[in-house]
Structures are given as structure tokens and as C-alpha cells.
Design a protein around this ligand. Structure first.
Ligand code: C5P
Length: 208
């Protein structure tokens, strides 16, 4: 199968030198891309800025912002058989990107207007047909109920739920919820091992 994977954070520019972002390392997405490739899939990894090398045999498409990520994914999606959305996409971006570096006004505060970013996985999964889609959710409390709602709202086949402590860490615990009502606990384990288990459960085919 041909599988699109999104990974890493996005960066939302305020001006030419400043941006809003988050602590995502991209490690889980890269590990999943590598695991899918090892299962025999053809993987395209649309990645925000991270300090990781692309896994061998995986095509990487580097992007910066959420809107860049959506554009890159839209272009590839028609040729793909599945999607794993692991990216920590910024929910908001500054309403305006200043053309020049914003100047400091001595002693004064500043407020920032933010506008929502597009939901990449939801946008793509709306037109998934019989293709399968895996999403992730980072939840602190009442995680399961929220994740189940996201599963439906974003048209996912599975959602992998983890806690905020997973961001940037090397180990994680995942709860994999299926649209069919199934639930599986994975981990705690290193992200590479979790990714292998997750890949085998979601996109198991070897005759890619
Ligand atoms: O809504 P929430 O951010 O918790 O959803 C997480 C899931 O949705 C992840 O799979 C993430 O990659 C995806 N997502 C996305 N585009 C966004 C926000 C989240 O694809 N703008």
C-alpha cells in the first residue's frame, strides 16, 4: 500500500524571525513511517521541522506551517491508499504575518490575534472512500471519551491516544481505539517498538 504519514510540529509565523510552535519531536511519526516501510509499504512522510533524518526508503516532503502541510498532503492524497496523521499541527496561527520584524514598544504589552488552522486529517478523511485513516490524540483527562468523539468527527478508523508526557519523550503508552469499538493497550515501550506494533495492527499488509 501507499501510505501518507504526517509528523512533527508546524510553525506559524508571526514575522520573518518569530513563530508559534509546540514541543513535538516528530519521533513517533518517523518511527511509524519506518515501521510501515519495513512492512513493505510505500511511505510518503510529510514532515514539519524536526531534527531527525528521514528513515531509509521513505520519501520525505518537508513543510513549515499547517497550511503548507495541508497543501502537500492534498497533492499526494489522491495517489495514496491510507493515512497516518501523527503531526502535532498548531491549532491556531497569527491572523497576520508581519512583513518586517515586529518592533518592541518599550514598557508596553502586546496582544496577538489568532485564527484557526485547517484540520488536515479531517479534510483528507472526508474524501477517504474505502481507504483507512489512523489519527492520534494527546489528551490529559477524560481522554477516552474525547478520543472516541474525535474518531467520529475526523472520520478515522483508529485513534491512538496518549498523554501529554509523550511529547518529546522516548517512551510512551498508547491506547488504540478502533471505529469498530475495539480497544488495545500498547506499551509502555520505546516509540520505535510502539510504532512497530501500531503499524502491524493498522496497516498489516506485506504484499504492498
Ligand atoms: O484535535 P486534535 O488536535 O486533538 O487531533 C489530533 C489528530 O488530528 C492527530 O491525528 C493530528 O495529526 C490531527 N490534526 C490535523 N490537523 C489539525 C489538528 C490535528 O491533522 N489542524
Amino acid at each position: 500500500m501507499r501510505i501518507l504519514v504526517t509528523a512533527g510540529p508546524t510553525r506559524e509565523d508571526l514575522d520573518p524571525v518569530r513563530y508559534l510552535s509546540n514541543r513535538s519531536s516528530g519521533r513517533m511519526g518517523y518511527a511509524l513511517a519506518a515501521a510501515l516501510q519495513r512492512l513493505g509499504h510505500q511511505v510518503v512522510l510529510v514532515s514539519g521541522p524536526v531534527e531527525l533524518e528521514p528513515p531509509a526508503g521513505v520519501e520525505r516532503v518537508p513543510v513549515w506551517s499547517a497550511r503548507d502541510m495541508l497543501a502537500a498532503c492534498r497533492e499526494r492524497w489522491p495517489d495514496m491508499d491510507g493515512l497516518a496523521a501523527v503531526a502535532a499541527v498548531a491549532d491556531y496561527r497569527p491572523a497576520k504575518r508581519a512583513r518586517g520584524k515586529l518592533k518592541r514598544a518599550e514598557g508596553e504589552g502586546r496582544s496577538l490575534e489568532l485564527v484557526p488552522n485547517p484540520d488536515i486529517v479531517r479534510t483528507l478523511a472526508r474524501r477517504k472512500g474505502d481507504r483507512r485513516v489512523l489519527g492520534f490524540a494527546l489528551e490529559s483527562s477524560r481522554g477516552r471519551a474525547h478520543a472516541r468523539r474525535k474518531l467520529v468527527d475526523k472520520h478515522l478508523d483508529w485513534i491512538a491516544l496518549n498523554g501529554p508526557e509523550a511529547q518529546g519523550a522516548s517512551e510512551a503508552t498508547l491506547l488504540l481505539l478502533g471505529a469498530d469499538g475495539s480497544e488495545r493497550d500498547l506499551g509502555p515501550a520505546r516509540k520505535e517498538l510502539l510504532a512497530r506494533r501500531l503499524a502491524a495492527l493498522t496497516f498489516p499488509e506485506t504484499n504492498a
